[in-house]
Design a protein around this ligand. Structure first.
Ligand SMILES: C[S@@+](CC[C@H](N)C(=O)[O-])C[C@H]1O[C@@H](n2cnc3c(N)ncnc32)[C@H](O)[C@@H]1O
Length: 347
């Protein structure tokens, strides 16, 4: 899976146990990001809907959530991946923008990415394999990048992993039913059908995913946008239309309140951490009108990029991280009997 700010990798086992204990059969992951939480719910047999604003996240959701891996012709995917892996490099927009003008990837890998991405568009646009192949290309690119995990800057010296050769691997599809949506959670919360369980993991501060993962947006859209700054970000990063209300200190409170009012689910699980603009007590108070509220506190090591250090725009280390631990909270909201089932001690 890609390196992703706020990814709930370490919380996945606990979240999927909570979903199972709740007895839910349908679930909604409204800020699905990497889709890893939605994937875990799907593996537990729930029918999951996954929502996010990001184009790359929609690609992941169409690979792992809405596609029924049990019905896919795995052999065709394996052959396509092996054929694409042997594509000779061919420098284009990606190589120029992200390997020469900026140094996120070594040119030998940028040239492969250009060539493979062009082939996926030309040969697989109408195939069920389109999204799995794009997912595989994003994951392969992430394994050879030269960043600390965010695409706001690249490292001054090449990361050791960037010397490796790009290698497309099987994304390992998941059997079962699901749905994928790209859109604003605030709008979709009012239109999606009711579910038993909704998982909410919004951004709670200024870190914008559209800017932090602009290369994955461009790799998916394949629209060769004008780029600016040292990190060669897409020009529309500056466009207010690409900004999320959850990244605005002024709008976050009313956005969370609206979401809590609109989302049609019996039970809610919210992720929250101590780097948020809202306090824990604020959030709890906002959840109370929906039912009983319980809080699980989990102390984890901080996001890997922050552990490495603080970097300026050219990727030079300019400071030490201030703290290396952060506390993650899981807030449960629902009726008394469901929360009692979810709060039983787990293994
Ligand atoms: C904390 S991350 C979620 C991480 C995810 N749970 C995981 O484990 O990968 C927040 C996500 O919210 C998405 N997002 C931000 N604003 C949104 C909005 N208004 N509607 C839907 N998704 C949004 C971002 O693109 C990002 O993927």
């Amino acid at each position: 899976m890609i390196k992703y700010l706020g990814s709930k990798r370490t919380l996945v086992p606990m979240l999927s146990e909570l979903a199972e204990a709740s007895g839910a059969r349908t679930a909604l992951d409204l800020f699905t990001g990497t889709t890893r939480v939605a994937q875990a719910f799907k593996r537990k047999g729930l029918t999951v809907s996954a929502v996010d604003l990001a184009s790359y996240s929609e690609v992941f959701a169409r690979t792992w959530i809405s596609l029924d891996g049990g019905k896919a012709k795995q052999q065709d995917l394996t052959s396509a991946l092996s054929d694409l892996n042997s594509t000779p490099g061919d420098a284009g927009y990606f190589t120029k923008t992200f390997c020469e003008d900026a140094r996120f990837f070594q040119p030998k890998n940028g040239e492969k990415i250009d060539a493979i991405r062009n082939r996926i568009e030309a040969e697989f646009k109408d195939s069920w394999m389109y999204h799995p192949l794009l997912t595989s290309l994003i994951l392969a690119s992430d394994r050879v990048d030269s960043t600390t995990g965010l695409q706001m800057a690249f490292l001054k010296s090449w990361a050791p992993r960037s010397f490796k050769d790009l290698d497309l691997r099987d994304p390992e599809l998941i059997a079962g039913e699901g749905f994928a949506y790209r859109g604003d959670a605030l709008e979709l919360a009012t239109t999606l059908p009711p579910v038993d369980l909704a998982y909410l993991d919004p951004p709670y501060n200024q870190h914008r995913y559209f800017a932090n993962y602009h290369i994955w947006e461009t790799l998916v859209r394949w629209d060769a946008p004008e780029a600016y700054g040292i990190a060669n970000k897409r020009i529309d990063v500056r466009d207010p239309a690409t900004k999320s209300a959850f990244n605005s200190k002024r709008e976050i409170r009313e956005s969370i309140e609206k979401l809590l009012k609109d989302v049609q689910a019996e039970t809610l699980i919210l992720s929250y951490n101590n780097e948020s603009w809202l306090t824990k007590d604020d959030l709890i108070a906002m959840c109370e009108p929906r039912g009983r509220v319980e809080l699980i506190e989990v102390d984890f090591k901080r996001y890997v990029g922050a552990q490495i250090g603080i970097f300026n725009r050219s990727g030079e280390k300019v400071g030490q991280p201030t703290h290396q631990r952060n506390v993650e909270y899981i807030v449960l909201v629902g009726d008394k009997s469901t929360l009692a089932k979810m709060s039983k001690p787990r293994s």
